[in-house]
Design a protein around this ligand. Sequence first.
Ligand SMILES: [Zn+2]
Ligand SMILES: [Zn+2]
Length: 269
Amino acid sequence: MTFIRDPCGIVCLLVTYGAVFYADYVVTRWIILQTMETSLWAPLHVVSFNTVVFLLTMAHLKAVLSDPGTVPLPQNRLDFSDLHSGQKNGHGHGEWTVCTRCETYRPPRAHHCRICKRCIRRMDHHCPWINNCVGERNQKYFLQFLVYVGVLALYSVALVLGSWIYPCEQCNANIADSQARMLHSVILLLESALFGLFVLAIMVDQMHAILYDETAVEAVQQKGAYRPHRRKLALLADVFGRSHPALWLLPCTGLNSRRYDTPLLSHDV
Ligand SMILES: [Zn+2]
Ligand SMILES: [Zn+2]
């Protein structure tokens, strides 16, 4: 389990949970209880909306607390003096590189994150919204989080618009309550539009990165073209694990960890 002490990341975490809590409060207190109190739809929407909130929270917590694929530090200090004499590093690992900040060798596609202060395997970017890097081992949870934020935003918009199109005639609400509901509904609409469009943009970016096998870091460095061509489904399975695609959006299933547990390198030389 990891937790990065980055003030910007911690503020983003608080904003995220504040926004989700507020959406849940408005939908339950001001929309469902105020406009559907006589309908059987009320319990159905309360259960399904809170199920999405639960899945979102679970995916988010997993993305925040998971190890994104940190490259372990060597037990003994390494000597990099051969780097300066123009020789290869001698490990025969092709694209293995040296991180002078971690003072270690790192596998292909690993990059150093200045905020985490460590090298991360297949690092995409450091995301303040999960206060963690998006890397080989937590990209699945990050994508799940994006999907559930998108679903929650759409669901909120649908409930607000539904309450405007089909106002409840039998529900007894006074003027003050109606005005408060209208105010909360407008704020929720704006919040949903903002976060919904934001996650849609990141999602398009992430899917492009996965399907074209090029992380955001590599796109900047223009390294993607060196890798062999692979099927799109295989590239998606790299991120979501070897389980059936129908289970890819469930934040309770783990990744098939066996392929990540191959020893990186024996540094005890
Ligand atoms: Zn490093
Ligand atoms: Zn990072």
